[in-house]
Design a binder for this molecule. Sequence first.
Ligand code: ADP
Ligand code: MG
Length: 270
Amino acid sequence: MIRAENLRHVYKSSSGNKVALDGVTFSIGAGEFVAIIGTNGSGKSTLAKHFNALLLPTGGKIFIDELDTTQEENIWRIRENVGMVFQNPDSEIVAAIVEDDVAFGLENLGIEPAQIRERVDLALDAVDMNDYKKFAPSKLSGGQKQRIAIAGVIAMQTKIIVFDEPTAMLDPLGRREILSMVKKLHAQGKTIIYITHFMEEAAAAQRVFVMENGKIILDGTPREIFTNVKEMKRLGFDVPVAVELAERLRKKFKLPPKILTAEELAEALR
Ligand code: ADP
Ligand code: MG
């Protein structure tokens, strides 16, 4: 369980202060899959970095399984429980060979070599990259690199995984692969926090946070959030293609309300 109470983050610099999180309160249950959307600069990445204490609150608090990130002695356990996958796969790769890269986090934990090899193999299987374990990461595509980064997190066996726009630099195929991996991890019981600007991806979550100006302004199911087309447009967001299509078709046909997916739209049109 993750709990934020009036969480604030102010970046201080010589050119002035920037309020990036302006009093954010929520709780996320174990095993939930939450997507976070928001315009550029709304505070998504700042929030992401609070989940594993890469940033510390300048006001309010965030608790990861009741561990307060502002208590120095909790940081180690928090980091053992929260894995992070970021946007740019190139900046996440640290080793010259795929299997060493996946093992990196485990070596830092001082785990035995035999166990490291086993966990690395399992993690590479999970992302379907075992054939590449002796490869140089530089030879891989963006999507493959992102899968290696995810394998590194899987190997750590954290309960919570935070993804900060992991598909932003990928092509449609790479995006689909990453999303299907995220769904699989959720099905296995991981808590998933998934930041994206692709509405179709956010629609795959159980719950969506909408951020604006450092605040969570909406918190609901994808159906609640995305079928409110007027509000989404007003806030400057797209809606999933099926929602948009259903909205237009309603001008000519009688369709049920709150259609979210292509499957639902096809069923309604039949
Ligand atoms: P998002 O991920 O939603 O695009 P960010 O969390 O990266 O938003 O940024 C939120 C706000 O904080 C933006 O206005 C951004 O310019 C500012 N910001 C982010 N990182 C820093 C930093 N290191 N120093 C100063 N301001 C920052
Ligand atoms: Mg960001």
